[in-house]
Design a protein around this ligand. Structure first.
Ligand code: HAM
Length: 429
């Protein structure tokens, strides 16, 4: 019967044959963040909707159109569409800002946005991100950018482009916004309907419209970089100097304005030309007023997040090799009741030692058991029959080259044998 209840559009299953790729990328991300002193934070997937209204912002597509929100009687709750407001809330709620500053946090987890699904754009996707609180210097901007750069290098996707811009601060942005609106008022009849709406709601976003006609109009629009106050100007030049000294390549892109309300000064995006129209594999920037907006003391902040779904797409597109998926170290086959019990006991003992071992739980014939061992890619196999049980000895076959080894049929002998083959096996007891 065909399956009627299928997964929701824009969501994905990650099956066991694929999971090693995710684990590899997630481990690499956490490792790089750890090297930079970012501690892992885990926050709930559900939060009060007001957190994102205050944090992400009321003019964003995310809050106005894309949040999965539901009313549970006494409170309105949303599935997190991003994790920056959560990190701020968690830092405040757990008193983390009272500890040594800068406070550096990193996270990995699913986010949810009700967007139109397409390649690289999902309704549930995994973000890896870092947030840094308390640091005003552009050195912190560079540190955050370098986490992403180092991760791309570690994963073998070093060709990712870094685009930077500065969108000013509450001191210089209002005057710039006025100039931008004045320019667009003269082109009101030519811009798309979404841009007409942005003109009153969020003028900065006029600059990143994907419509061809709007793009052409944006070319001559005033750019924030030419209207920065001296503080923002010197921050941006400090950022460029540090990136240069650090050997980090970048392009200045005045059209990077970001789709979230909280940004000030530095904004940046990482793009890849390998994955089609959803080419932003990460983005971030400074959000100096956000902590105060969410109810904390004035504390500068900055960070980025990247979509791991898109990172994996780039890796696959570039044919970057992943480490081999783990297969079974040993299959212990058996013939008969007593032999089956022995196989089960040994299998459990070896698993406790950290090896990946299987035995028969289907009551199959020896031939069928070996076929199964082959199918699951067991590296070694053996069969316990009445002779082996009586002699206390077993032949372990290397499934790749057919080589056979005589081993005593004891827990210790099998453990010693497997350690000889897999010295790197991590034992968790
Ligand atoms: P964002 O640009 O909205 O920023 O998302 C960051 C990254 O998440 C994107 O560059 C993209 O790779 C991935 N992403 C976003 N939406 C989707 C989707 N529908 N499907 C697949 N991947 C997606 C933020 O979320 C900010 N919180 C970043 C930040 C952290 N800024 C400061 N700190």
């Amino acid at each position: 019967m065909p399956l009627k209840t299928k997964r929701i559009r824009g969501t994905r299953d990650i099956v066991p044959a694929e999971i090693h790729k995710w684990r590899y990328v997630e481990r690499a991300a956490l490792k790089v963040a750890e090297c930079y002193g970012f501690g892992e934070l885990r926050t709930p997937i559900i939060e009060k909707t007001e957190l994102f209204v205050k944090g992400t912002g009321t003019t964003t597509d995310i809050v106005t159109k894309e949040m999965y929100s539901f009313d549970m009687g006494r409170e309105n709750i949303s599935l997190r569409p991003e994790m920056t407001p959560n990190a701020v809330r968690a830092a405040l709620e757990n008193g983390l800002l009272g500890d040594a500053l800068p406070l550096k946090l990193c996270y990995i987890g699913p986010c949810f946005r009700h967007e139109n699904p397409q390649a690289g754009r999902y309704r549930q996707f995994i973000q890896f991100g870092v947030e840094c609180f308390g640091a005003q210097s552009p050195s912190a901007d560079v540190e955050v950018i370098c986490v992403a750069r180092d991760l791309f290098e570690r994963l073998g996707i070093g060709e990712i482009k870094l685009r930077i811009n500065s969108i000013g601060c509450p001191d210089c942005r209002p005057a710039y916004n006025q100039k931008l609106v004045a320019y667009y008022e003269n082109h009101k009849d030519e811009i798309c309907d979404t841009c007409k709406e942005r003109l009153t709601r969020n003028p900065l976003r006029l600059l990143d419209c994907k419509n061809d006609r709007c793009k052409a109009i944006a070319m001559d629009a005033p750019k924030s970089l030419n209207h920065l106050c001296s503080d923002c100007e010197s921050h941006f030049s400090g950022l460029k100097t540090r990136l240069d000294v650090n050997g980090s390549k970048y392009v200045i892109d005045p059209f990077i304005v970001r789709g979230l309300d909280y940004y000030t000064k530095t904004v940046f995006e990482f793009t890849s030309d390998k994955i089609g129209s959803q080419d932003a594999i990460g983005g971030g920037g400074r959000y100096d007023p956000l902590v105060e907006q969410i109810g904390g003391p004035p504390t500068p902040g900055l960070g980025f997040a990247m979509g791991l779904d898109r990172i994996l797409m780039v890796m696959e597109e570039n044919a970057v090799p992943f480490p081999e998926p783990k297969t079974r170290d040993l299959y212990i086959g058996s013939m008969g009741e007593e032999e089956g019990i022995k196989a089960l006991t040994l299998t459990c003992a070896l698993r406790r030692e950290g090896f990946i071992v299987e035995c028969d739980t289907m009551g199959r014939s020896v031939k069928a058991q070996m076929k199964y061992a082959n199918k699951i890619g067991a590296r070694h196999s053996c069969i316990i029959g009445s002779n082996e049980l009586a002699a206390g000895n077993i032949k372990i076959k290397n499934m790749e080259n057919g080589e056979a080894s005589d081993v005593a049929l004891t827990e210790k002998a099998l453990i010693d044998f497997l350690y000889g083959k897999y010295a790197d096996r991590i034992v968790i007891k």
